[in-house]
Design a protein around this ligand. Structure first.
Ligand SMILES: [Zn+2]
Length: 216
């Protein structure tokens, strides 16, 4: 793709797939000979597909888990403060009774009762915290693999002295350019940003563009 000279700040440059769709035939035929001679395998091994699907599963289940955890922590704090208030008052009453009596036997009994109440408070607090603990597990049942014929076009985006690359796929079945899979989060996006605009670009990134989620 012959890139227009940029007139806007490079950071806000968007790769507009709708515009790219117009030039895909040219881009495909102009793909360099080396790329065609050594095409990367387009079919992913099933283990890789399963690993990606498991990652997506975890990513989508985690916010829900965190939500339940926050809710449970809130209830737990409320219950715990009620429990601690109750024991604070009870132990306070026992202590004032202990201090006000002169009967040695009665004092001993009250001291033992205070110790027993403190132990009970400890035990009930631990039980309560355990009761509100959230346990969760997510399991991947299946992942479907669909194989579709596609044309891969390598886009070259030039800006000043920099040349960035991005593969796009023209889906022959739907006659359209597919949204690009983000190399970081694997979600598909119709808008991509240069990876070097990220605050901390990950190392060994396979492509030069990432989806907007990773750019401020
Ligand atoms: Zn992403």
């Amino acid at each position: 793709m012959a890139a227009e000279p940029f007139t806007t700040d490079f950071k806000v440059y968007l790769m507009d797939l709708a515009a790219a769709a117009g030039g895909v035939a040219d881009a495909a035929s102009a793909a360099d000979a080396q790329t065609l001679a050594h095409p990367r395998p387009l079919l992913h091994p099933y283990s890789e597909v399963a690993a990606v699907a498991a990652g997506i599963l975890e990513e989508s289940a985690l916010p829900q888990h965190m939500g339940y955890q926050r809710q449970a922590a809130l209830y737990c704090r409320q219950e715990l403060s009620k429990l601690l208030r109750y024991y604070h008052e009870t132990i306070g009453q026992l202590k004032s009774r202990e201090e006000s009596t002169t009967d040695a036997d009665r004092r001993r009994r009250l001291a033992a009762k205070i110790q027993a109440t403190l132990a009970e408070k400890e035990r009930r607090s631990v039980d309560l915290i355990e009761r509100y603990r959230v346990h969760a597990s997510a399991r991947l049942d299946s992942a479907a693999v669909r194989i579709m014929p596609k044309v891969r076009a390598r886009l070259q985006v030039q800006h000043m002295r920099e040349t960035l690359h991005q593969d796009v796929f023209y889906n022959l079945a739907s006659s359209s350019i597919e949204p690009i899979a983000c190399p970081v989060c694997h979600r598909r996006s119709a808008v991509m940003y240069p990876a070097n605009t990220m605050a901390k670009p990950p190392e060994n990134l396979e492509t030069d563009f990432v989806c907007p989620r990773h750019v401020d």
